[in-house]
Design a protein around this ligand. Sequence first.
Ligand code: C5P
Length: 406
Amino acid sequence: MELKDKHIVLGVSGGIAAYKAAELTRLLVKAGAAVQVVMTEGATHFVTPVTFQALSGRTVFTDQWDGRVANNMAHIDLSREADLILVAPASADFLAKVAHGLADDLLTTLVLARPRAGTDGAVQDCPLLVAPAMNRQMWENPATRRNAATLAADGVTLLGPGCGEQACGETGDGRMLEPEEIVEDLIAFLQPKALAGKKVLITAGPTFEAIDPVRGITNLSSGRMGFAVARAAREAGAEVTLVSGPVSLPTPRGVTRIDVAGALAMHAAVMARAAAQDVFVGVAAVADYRPKAAAEHKIKKVDGAPPAIELVENPDILAEVAALPKPPLCVGFAAESRNLAEYAQQKRERKKIPLIAGNLIQHGFGGEDNTLVLFDARGQTPLPPGPKSELARALIRHIAGLLERR
Ligand code: C5P
C-alpha cells in the first residue's frame, strides 16, 4: 500500500495510450490511492468514462460545466483535494496548452488552478506529473521540444516518454511509459530525497562459482533485499550502481545494473568503482570459497570415484572496500540462524564497518517480507517488520543520518 492515503487526480488526454490509463487506474487503486479521473473530450473517443468509473469507484469528470458540482467550480475543488495531479497519457496538444497557460477545458483549467507553494510556504503545493504519449515525429517536433522544456523549467515532472514500437507502426521516442513504470516513478517522486547527489554502490544476489560449464557452488539468495535497497537509494535521489549475481528480478528504474556470476567478477566490478562512491552496501551473499579452477569441459561421472573439488578462499569485498584509504560509508548484511546480535557486532568490528543490518533466518529466504535489526557503534535498532521495500527505505534513512554525521 505504497500510495495509502494519497489523493490523486488522474488526467487522461486524447491519445491511443488512453487504454493503458485504465490499467494505470487499477494499479494506483491497488497501491492504496484514491483516484479521481478527469478526461478530456478527446480521451472519451478512445475509452469511455464508464471504464474509469468502474476501476476508480468514483464518477469521472469530463466537463467544465458539470452540474454535479454545487458551486460549479470543479477545477478548484478537484485540485484542492489532490496530493498530486498525474496526466497520463499527456498528448502533444495537452503539453502545449499547459506550457502556455491555456485553459479551455476542465483538465487544463484544473491544472492551471492547482495550488502552488507561496513564498511563506503557507499553501500546500500540488505537484503535476505528466507522462507524454505521442507519435515519434510529434515528440521530436521543435514546438513539442520547446513545450517540454518550458514545463520542466516550470517545475512539472515529465515521466518518460519511453522508446519503442508505436501504435502508428513507427519505432522511436514518444511511447507512454508502461503503467507499472509510471507507478514506480510516482512512488519514487513521493519519497524524501535524503541522498540527493550521492553515489551509492550496492551488491545483491548470490554468487555462482563454476565447477565446470554446467555446475557450480552458490548461495541461497533471491536478491530481493539488495534490489529493494537499490530502489530505495534511487528513490532517495542517489545515483545508484547495482552489481548483481545471478537473479531473476527486474532492474529498479533509474538504476545502473552490472551482472556478474562469480565472486571474483563481483570483486572486480566493485573495486573499479568503490573509491568514487559515498556509500557502499554489500547485500550480496558472496560464496566464501570457489573451486580453484573451473574445468573447461563437463566433468564426466565415474562410478565409485567422486571427484574432489579443491576450494580456495574468495576475497572479502566489503572488508576490502572498508580498508580503502578514503572508503565510502560501508554497510554490511548478516543473515544468521542464531545469536544474531553477537555475530552481527563481531562481523561489523572484524570488517571495520560503521553499520551492519542483521536478520535472523527463521522462515527461509526469498519472500517479500523480512525483519531487520541495525547494529552500529551505539548499539542496536530493530526496524519494524514489514515488506523489504519499507525496510530498505528505513535503512536508507538511517544511512543518510550516518552520512550527515560523518
Ligand atoms: O563474512 P560474511 O559473509 O558473514 O559477511 C556478510 C557481509 O559481508 C555481507 O554484507 C556480504 O555482502 C559481505 N561479503 C563480501 N564479500 C565476501 C563475503 C561477504 O562483501 N567475500
